[in-house]
Design a protein around this ligand. Structure first.
Ligand SMILES: *Cc1c(COP(=O)(O)O)cnc(C)c1O
Length: 386
């Protein structure tokens, strides 16, 4: 065996000892809030398809239509020949949706964060970078090699303390956080973040991956009401928007800089017509889905309240993402397996996705869950955790 293979095998063994190995399981969406896995039909409490758009006919049809009309590939990167009139039209739509001057598409949210944050830090290498302790892995990729000054999760007093503590150092300030946290389902106080950023002359970078489509006016995210005050907002089309891809929205200056300096944008092939068609359809539908958003919020209040009555801790969740924190990876896996036995799919989330000792079930509600679906989950959880 080649030497590298031995290192790879050792690394996998170490993960196995900590109950952290993962593997791929074929799963198919089989109906509203249902998944088929290993021949079984399960109620979906895991996917991020909050509004059910991933199987909405309008998205699939427009995606197919645009692929048939414009082809399966875009041919080149955006700055060569890959920019079509549709790319520009969709970016203008996104800017209107978010209430910003301009927007730019990326293939995925992971790639966007990794590339855009790196590009910002490249503009000013001496930047003091303040990050929430629980920011998404993609943001860590973007900050690779740069010193992070990390504030306690969603603790804006601590952020202020750290900003004040570093006040005498030179260099621009950059605050990076999320509006809805992916593994905890809690929200950042975006208005206060804006005030803090202004008081400390800091640039504010906000990840709205889990708010886009679900929260704010028209489902346009928590930053929508305070347009122009968050310097950079990113979000994805891969969750509530039901398709694929990601956007960054902000000033014209910011977007012009990224077009000229962001390697992950410049050296990557332009998103293909099928992806653009689906995004276009999602942007048609999402502003009008207020009823679905209300139903989702209502289900979340119902589930959190019932869990609290049974003494089950859901942390600071105030959204459709509801963690049931159990502690060790092994316990989270066992609970997830027990629920699967009862026909319910709620994934166990373990380190390194979440900090040690906070392994959990990440329960995700969807607008299409019925009250019976939620009650079934509740009964199973209460039975298992008693
Ligand atoms: C999912 C997610 C991303 C990545 O988006 P993809 O389009 O799935 O690559 C980025 N940030 C957060 C907070 C996320 O939850």
């Amino acid at each position: 065996m080649a030497l590298l293979s031995r290192y790879l095998a050792d690394a996998l063994d170490r993960l196995e000892r900590h109950h952290q190995t993962r593997s791929l399981v074929a799963t198919r969406m089989s109906g509203p809030a249902r998944l088929e896995r290993q021949g079984r039909d399960l109620i979906d409490f895991s996917s991020n398809d909050y509004l059910g758009l991933a199987r909405h006919p309008l998205l699939a049809e427009r995606s197919a239509e645009w692929a048939i009309r414009h082809g399966s590939g875009s041919g080149a990167s955006r700055l060569v020949t890959g920019t079509s009139a549709e790319h520009l039209a969709i970016e203008a739509r996104i800017a209107r949706f978010k209430g910003t001057e301009a927007a730019l598409l990326f293939p995925t949210g992971w790639q966007l964060n990794a590339a855009v944050l790196a590009a910002l830090l490249k503009a000013a290498p001496g930047t003091l970078l303040f990050t929430d302790r629980l920011v998404h892995g993609s943001l860590h990729a973007g900050a690779a090699g740069h010193r992070q000054i990390r504030f306690r999760h969603n603790d804006l007093d601590h952020l202020e303390e750290l900003l004040a503590g570093h006040a005498s150092e030179d260099g621009p300030r950059l605050i990076v956080t999320e509006s809805v946290f992916s593994m905890d389902g809690d929200r950042a106080d975006v208005e206060r973040l804006v005030r803090i950023a202004q008081a400390h002359d800091a640039f504010l970078y906000l990840d709205e991956a889990h708010a886009t489509g679900v929260l704010g006016p028209d489902g346009a995210g928590l930053s929508r009401g305070i347009t122009g005050k968050v310097d950079l907002v990113m979000g994805t089309f891969s969750k509530a928007m039901g398709c694929f891809g990601a956007y960054v929205a902000g000033s014209r200056l910011l977007i012009d800089y990224l077009v000229n300096a962001c390697g992950g944008f410049i050296f990557s092939t332009a998103p293909p017509p099928a992806m653009l068609g689906a995004i276009d359809a999602a942007l048609d539908l999402v502003p009008g889905m207020e009823e679905e958003r209300l139903r989702l919020a209502d289900q979340a209040v119902y589930l959190r309240d019932r869990l609290a009555e049974h003494g089950i801790d859901t942390g600071a969740s105030s959204t459709q993402i509801i963690p049931v924190i159990v502690g060790e990876a092994e316990q989270a896996l066992a609970l997830s397996a027990a629920l699967a036995g009862a026909g319910l799919l709620a994934s166990a989330i373990r380190p390194p996705t979440v900090p040690q000792g906070t392994s959990r079930l990440r329960i995700v509600l969807r607008a299409s869950h019925t009250r019976e679906d939620v009650d079934q989950l509740l009964d199973a959880l209460v039975r298992q955790l008693r």
